[in-house]
Design a protein around this ligand. Sequence first.
Ligand SMILES: C[S@@+](CC[C@H](N)C(=O)[O-])C[C@H]1O[C@@H](n2cnc3c(N)ncnc32)[C@H](O)[C@@H]1O
Length: 389
Amino acid sequence: MSQSDREHFESYRPQTLAKHTILKNYITAYFQILKQDEERIYYVDGFAGRGTYTADDGSPVPGSPRHALDLIASNPELAAKVRTIFIEQDDKLFAQLEATFQSFYDEHPNVHEPHLANGTFSSEMTAILDSWKKRGVAIAPMFVFVDPCGVDGVDFAVIQRLLQSQRKCEVFLFLNVEGVRRILGLRQNMGETLVRLLGSEARVAELARIVDSASTTSEREEAIIRYYEDLMREYTPGKYVVSFRVEKEERRTTSHCLVHVAQHPRGFAIMKDVMWSVGKTSEGKGGLLFEQASYSTIVMLFRPEWDSIKASVLEELRSGPRRVAYFYEELVQKPASRLCRTAYRTALLELEREGEVLVLASDGRTPAPKRPARKGEMTLGEQYYVKRP
Ligand SMILES: C[S@@+](CC[C@H](N)C(=O)[O-])C[C@H]1O[C@@H](n2cnc3c(N)ncnc32)[C@H](O)[C@@H]1O
């Protein structure tokens, strides 16, 4: 195991905070929804790390295992229903992870004892699935976090099997776009890493051809992200795929994407909202992007991304009034949609202020009654209608 995997935990970077915020906020919703119908739910941390990070001031910061356990322990119903699997390959980090658990259990004996495995995500997960199959164990819904430092160790076949094993299984994955681009550049000497990531040599060759034919770095990055998303949609039951792009700290290129693969439109819609609220762009509207090198707090005169979102809303209203629920529920659940409820609400409210949109009552004809404000902002419930003036 490389030294850099261990060094990874010695600083807590803004992009790691963003990743943990998305993870925490999403699994909170996932567990809350699933616990209504399920007796058993799994949280799988396939690249668990040591359990904590060290901040620049030397203080400990929770890693993903701690975030998940804190959430589970905080709610008696979750403590009773959610079981955990933590896999870590590196011996030293694994020993630290075990120590993290020990102190956690001393304080929270109410949670299920986790399955801790010192091995690779691929071999440990395969062994678990094989043993469940052999024993005829019905597979419970699983949220699987696949969070390597690099590209190595992410196994398409295992991810496919997990998604196929249970229709409420979801995967949240760190796709190291920069790493994939670098390995593709090695040509004949790429090794097995990408074959495992994509599932076959033919796919690696196909992606290499697509990336070769792109003329700019951003086109190459886009090609890698789209290829991986399409692979999930085409060859797994995960038809709802969304990626959150993270820019490098010191260069205006993509470091990685956080890819969420779900089989249900509700999880997809919730994840987009969660990601959107963590998104950071110079346009200041949130989004599925975390700018770092190019981030600026200077107020932008032009906001091309945001203006195109508003234009798409007006386009939807060309044929007549629409219920707000059409934007909040119907459009956001379309597999190709990259927008979420928050984006639509913000766009509709801004268009209303600009006189481009009128809000109607729930009968779709009369003007809306006075609407309540929340946190200083006008609300826009899904029962209203909106139309062009
Ligand atoms: C980015 S860190 C994980 C951080 C952790 N998920 C968190 O947020 O606190 C990646 C971890 O995966 C481990 N690792 C690398 N390859 C692995 C593999 N094939 N299977 C399991 N763990 C692996 C590394 O040792 C490292 O601790």
